[in-house]
Write a protein that binds this ligand. Structure first.
Ligand SMILES: [Zn+2]
Length: 315
């Protein structure tokens, strides 16, 4: 038995055929169709055919950058990808499933990646964990007693929209000072630009400002860059401290592109969390970096298909 996992990103489509044991047996990676919903369906169908290699029974999971309401079977709050936004408030899983003659389940991409990390990555071996992905945005997945907690309409786990700065910048969600406005990649860049204006001799003045270069400069001892990294860690620690006090989790797993900063960032996040959580809630929790890298999205989408078929859900 194999499962097909697709990850619909803002610029790329990734896909994989994944065995029931979690091994990637085949994969693909291509630019996503951006302009047309109909052509996106065509693209997803072709990807499934290629990956299935004649296995007509393989169920499909699709991770998308949107809120997915499993109860209402609808995709909501789709960001700037017109081909996907064409299916806003529709049953994309049902539409694609009918077209392909297969079971298709749609899930939020961060929730899918969190399920993958819980299964085969940094979240192995625990019952309750938070997966946080740091990229352009900040997403998350909450797994409680071994089950993904989506909440009533799929909005649970959206840790990027925890308010951490009451005077902060407006956020796309309608609030202000959300974690994403600080720890998302635009948040890093905005604070780095402001810091360079105050400290023009910083190493950052001669670099392209993005999380990776800011972390490099901080590692090299640049005080201005270190300030930016510390500000990020503080905001994340503020969010995590509150979450540990609320949920008493076993583990926090940090993933996404920014997690490539590794222990340099994670160590600071752990210190900032410790300063804010009950000592016992902090002691009960272990902190890990994600382990599946770029495969988390597709392995997680396949895992979504697997969990849905074992629960008897069909398209
Ligand atoms: Zn927000």
């Amino acid at each position: 038995v194999a499962y097909i996992g697709l990850d619909v990103g803002g610029t790329n489509l990734k896909g994989a055929r994944v065995s029931a044991e979690g091994t990637v047996q085949a994969s693909l990676h291509e630019p996503i169709v951006r302009d047309s919903g109909e052509r996106l369906l065509d693209q997803l169908g072709r990807a499934v055919s290629r990956l299935a290699e004649g296995d007509a029974a393989a169920a499909v999971g699709v991770g998308v950058r949107a809120i997915v309401d499993q109860r209402a079977r609808q995709v909501r709050a789709v960001p700037n990808l017109p081909s996907l936004a064409a299916f806003a408030n529709q049953d994309l899983g049902g539409i694609l499933g009918t077209r392909l003659g297969r079971s298709v389940v749609i899930e939020n991409d961060a929730k899918a990646a969190g399920l993958a990390e819980a299964w085969k990555g940094g979240g192995r071996g625990v019952q309750s964990l938070l997966y946080m992905t740091l990229g352009t945005g900040v997403g998350g997945a909450l797994i409680l007693d071994g089950r993904l907690w989506a909440g009533k309409s799929g909005y649970a786990g959206e840790v990027g929209h925890l308010p951490v700065d009451p005077e902060g910048l407006p956020c796309g969600c309608g609030s202000r000072g959300c974690l994403e406005t600080i720890a998302g990649s635009f948040g890093w860049m905005r604070r780095a630009e402001a810091a360079v204006r105050r400290h023009p001799t910083s190493l950052l003045a001669r670099r392209t400002l993005e999380p990776a270069t800011i972390v490099d400069a901080a590692r090299a001892g640049d005080a201005t860059a270190l300030d930016v990294v510390d500000g990020t860690a503080r905001a994340i620690g503020q969010a995590l401290g509150g979450l540990l006090n609320t949920l008493n989790l076993d583990r926090v797993v940090i993933g996404g592109g920014v997690a490539a900063a590794g222990d340099f960032l994670l160590g600071r996040v752990v210190r900032e969390t410790r300063a804010r959580a009950w000592p016992q809630a902090f002691a009960d929790c272990s902190f890990r970096l994600a382990e599946l890298g770029g495969d988390a999205g597709v392995v997680g989408a396949a895992r979504v298909a697997m969990l849905a078929s074992s629960a008897g859900v069909t398209a």
